[in-house]
Design a protein around this ligand. Structure first.
Ligand SMILES: Cc1cc2nc3c(=O)[nH]c(=O)nc-3n(C[C@H](O)[C@H](O)[C@H](O)COP(=O)(O)OP(=O)(O)OC[C@H]3O[C@@H](n4cnc5c(N)ncnc54)[C@H](O)[C@@H]3O)c2cc1C
Length: 321
């Protein structure tokens, strides 16, 4: 089975006249062809590579992720000594996508990514969700890399983006016990040690999907004495540095394979992304644009799976002769 091939709507949408313009913008007049062997030379070549990669995604979804989904839902992730372990089949899913070099799908080739536009990227997210909506959460969080790509220093991009492409996972740490919809109330404290030239994070985050990820984007209050959005900055925390533990995993009704975590930051070393005070006003706003598309694709994929289940059952179940 193949989720891409059994859904002709994908190929239909890829033929939309706007695709030409979308690809042109993403490929910047195909200049990458001089520097990267696998970069497309023109529109047709790009569409051909979208088609081939989507077919690989469709196969992995149908043959590996979907057969694993029930076991993921039953066992789920576990927590031990402040660290999260994914359900074993979740790890196998990640391995399969990694092996097929499908991490960092939207990231620039300079960092090892495929430089795919949003359309095939979201089609992939849709298929992954149809196979296992919880795994889509984990996989889709790689999109936080876009915020690093857009706003971080070149040295930070070189440090983090190739790691995402190689399969390290991400999380976006925004919500706190007293700051959900009202993100300008975030209180997790970022303090700068002048002598060390180092930022430290202290506080609690709640409801963080994939909260034990390798690389975190963290919204924190860097300006002492402030109470609104203008005192918040964006940081990147690298799990290798230590300082963040997982206090608990939420017991949810669904998407159980994606750990929703409460995190405790204790003197966690972090790096500032971009400019101070722009954390919520600029960077989170941009981050959420990608996250919203991801949740949209998750909903469509999940609904598609539910529809197919119901349809097959209705066709198969005979009543009154
Ligand atoms: C499964 C799951 C995964 C999540 N993953 C992440 C993650 O990865 N990273 C992260 O940072 N956060 C994550 N969250 C947190 C999520 O972003 C918050 O739950 C969300 O922002 C809402 O905040 P809250 O739960 O505090 O609800 P509240 O803000 O307290 O809202 C409660 C209710 O009040 C309503 N409401 C709020 N403000 C207003 C208003 N001004 N006017 C009218 N109605 C209002 C809301 O619509 C809602 O119905 C996750 C949550 C869940 C459930």
């Amino acid at each position: 089975m193949n989720y891409y091939i059994d859904t002709p709507q994908f190929r239909h949408h890829l033929q939309h006249p706007l695709m030409k313009r979308i690809v042109e913008l993403k490929e910047r007049n195909y200049t990458d062809k001089d520097n990267y062997e696998y970069a497309p030379i023109d529109f047709e070549d790009t569409m051909d590579s979208y088609d081939k990669v989507l077919e690989v995604v469709g196969e992995i979804c149908a043959e590996i992720i979907e057969p694993n989904a029930e076991a993921v839902d039953q066992s789920g992730p576990t927590i031990h000594d402040g660290r999260v372990t994914y359900a074993e089949p979740t790890r196998r899913n990640l391995e399969a996508l990694n092996k097929a070099e499908l991490m960092g799908m939207g990231l620039h080739r300079k960092y090892g990514g495929l430089n795919f536009s949003m359309v095939p990227y979201m089609m992939s997210a849709d298929m992954v969700s149809r196979a296992d909506a919880s795994f889509q959460n984990i996989w889709m969080l790689q999109d936080c890399g876009e915020t690093i790509y857009e706003f971080a220093e070149e040295q930070q991009k070189n440090k983090y983006l190739p790691r995402i492409v190689k399969g390290e996972t991400m999380s976006m740490d925004l919500t706190e016990p007293d700051a959900g919809s009202d993100l300008q109330a975030v209180m997790l404290k970022a303090s700068y040690n002048e002598t060390e030239g180092q930022w430290y994070l202290n506080g609690v985050k709640r409801f963080i999907t994939n909260g034990d990820a390798d690389i975190h984007l963290v919204l924190a209050r860097s300006e002492e004495g402030t109470k609104d959005a203008r005192g918040l900055s964006m940081f990147v925390y690298d799990k290798k540095q230590g300082g963040v533990t997982v206090r608990r995993i939420e017991n949810k009704m669904g998407i159980k394979g994606a750990p929703t975590c409460e995190l405790v930051f204790k003197n966690a070393k972090a790096e500032l992304i971009g400019t101070r005070r722009m954390g919520l006003i600029r960077y989170v706003m941009s981050l959420m644009n990608g996250a919203r598309l991801g949740i949209m694709a998750q909903s469509v994929g999940l609904s598609d799976a539910a529809y197919r289940e119901a349809y097959n059952y209705a066709i198969e179940r005979r009543q009154f002769g």
